[in-house]
Design a binder for this molecule. Structure first.
Ligand code: NAD
Length: 480
């Protein structure tokens, strides 16, 4: 049992203002495995005050990027030595399969941290320009106090996309993890303290959405960086718009994987294990619409159903498990609801369906729907579970049109024997990323969404730009 009784605020472990608690429940056993205090508005106020003080009066924003990078580098080293316990904790909280967890819930967040530590040395922090009227210094300054609000599906990854560049930029941070996954942030807080990041630079208060809304609207917060659902993103954007607060939004997706006529089917279907079903299908960028040429539809349907039907479903702590439970009972019910919707819409269950693979735990059978058309709700709405929709297309133009016929624009992929042609098709997909013969998110390159999938980009140098304000300092032209 992981029990915590305080919040990490101002570099101290501070007692909560209220008495509410959050029980963290194992999605596999349905038993309580952890308990933390439930943050209230007063706790958020204390965290924002600590972050404000650390920004306005503390050393962090005034250090050089190299000085900050040295300290954040210590955090990165501690993280690198503890990838395994972090991965195990996230798996215990939300059911990510152990193998995936080692990689995506812990190793990749550490890589992101290290990427920004290294970037500090090569990034253009300021430059001298010969303006049209005289010399101008263009300097980049930290944006201020950042509210980082993250979901439960990849809690460390989504947090690190914000924390790492914000720290290197010289910002101070109030992080609000999801109530489903607060435990991993307590481990991180210990490492932050051990690394010697100054007091008040990082503050962490687990809480629900109303308290999250209080954080967003707080007048002492300069920037909001949010990952979560499109619905919540819209209301956060409205508040930030009203207050003219800087905002980055990483929201939902309904990404398409286009199988071209010449694709090697065996490697393509194998690729979908990660691209489409990673993290038990609870991934914003999962390629959940599979587009197959009509000429190869039956062949694809058979291979896809065989692969999905053969996945090892079970205890996420087991390294052999490929699909674990969903995060919560409400998520299980939501995904089963979509399976019913698909059946009612006339799509055909090729494998999976409503029979639960286990009696205990929030499991849903990995499911493939065939005969899907792009107007069906199962093709348009984010299900956030191991449910794939297989659609047929007649020619490449139609495939591109179907892929782009979505309110979302986050990810995508093209599967083909001709990589160059695959890149040409990927260029025509209106999403923030589109892989060829794989789907991956590289820490060195921007990640984010077109359309209702978000605003702005994380990762790469662009992810650091998002935590900096630009200031021009012009001077008179030298007299001749
Ligand atoms: P959610 O929007 O319900 O919650 C996300 C976080 O925001 C939680 O911490 C929640 O407490 C908080 N929150 C919710 N409403 C808020 C509000 N109005 N003001 C302030 N805080 C608020 O999402 P979820 O169900 O936890 O996560 C799943 C969603 O996240 C999916 O839609 C998924 O696509 C998306 N997601 C996107 C990315 C990406 O990079 N684009 C990555 C992971 C997850």
């Amino acid at each position: 049992m992981h029990e915590h009784k305080s919040f990490f605020i101002g570099g101290e472990w501070v007692a909560p203002a209220g008495t509410g608690v959050i029980d963290v429940v194992s999605p596999h056993t349905e038993e309580v495995i952890g308990r933390v205090p439930d943050g209230s508005e007063a706790d958020i106020d204390a965290a924002v005050a600590a972050a404000r003080r650390a920004f306005d009066e503390g050393p962090w924003p005034r250090m050089t990027p190299a000085e900050r990078a040295e300290i954040v580098g210590r955090l990165s080293a501690i993280y690198a030595a503890n990838v395994e316990p972090m991965a195990q904790l996230v798996t215990a909280e939300m059911g990510s399969p152990a193998l995936f967890s080692m990689f995506a819930q812990a190793a990749i967040p550490q890589m992101v941290l290290q990427y920004y530590v290294d970037l500090a040395a090569t990034y253009t922090w300021e430059d001298e320009r010969q303006g049209m009227q005289g010399p101008v210094s263009v300097v980049r300054e930290p944006v201020g106090v950042v509210a980082a609000i993250v979901p439960w599906n990849v809690p460390q990854f989504t947090l690190m996309l914000k924390l790492a560049p914000a720290l290197i930029a010289g910002c101070t941070i109030v992080a609000k993890p999801s109530p489903e996954t607060p435990l991993d942030t307590y481990l991180l807080a210990e490492w932050i303290k051990e690394a010697g990041i100054p007091d008040g630079v990082v503050n962490i208060v687990p809480a629900g959405r109303e308290v999250g809304a209080h954080l967003v609207a707080h007048p002492d917060v300069d920037k909001v960086s949010f990952t979560g659902s499109t619905g919540a993103g819209r209301s956060i954007a409205a508040v930030c718009g009203q207050q003219l607060k800087r905002v980055t939004l990483e929201l939902g997706g309904k990404s398409a994987a286009i199988i071209l006529e010449d694709a090697d089917l065996a490697s393509t279907i194998e690729g979908f294990k990660l691209a489409s079903l990673m993290n038990n299908g609870q991934a914003c960028a999962a390629q959940t619409r599979i587009l197959a040429p009509r000429s190869r539809y039956d062949e694809v349907a058979d291979a896809l159903a065989a692969m999905v039907g053969g996945l090892a479903v079970g205890d996420p702590a087991d390294f052999g498990t490929e699909v674990g439970p969903l995060v919560a009972q409400r998520q299980q019910e939501r995904v089963e609801g979509y399976i019913r919707i698909g059946q009612d819409e006339g799509a055909k269950v090729l494998v999976g369906g409503l029979d639960r693979p286990q009696d205990r735990g929030w499991y849903v059978a990995p499911t493939v729907f065939g005969g899907v058309t792009n107007d069906m709700r199962i093709a348009r709405e984010e299900i956030f579970g191991p449910v794939l929709a297989l659609l047929a297309y007649d020619d490449e133009e139609e495939a591109i049109r179907i892929a782009n016929d979505s309110d979302y624009g986050l990810g995508g992929s093209v599967w083909t024997a001709d990589e160059e042609h695959g890149v040409a098709v990927a260029r025509r997909i209106r999403t923030g990323s589109c892989g060829v013969n794989l789907y991956s998110i590289d820490p060195a390159t921007p990640f984010g969404g077109y359309k209702s999938s978000g605003l702005g980009r994380e990762l790469g140098p662009e992810g650091l730009d998002a935590y900096l304000e630009l200031k021009s300092i012009p001077r008179p032209a030298p007299k001749v």
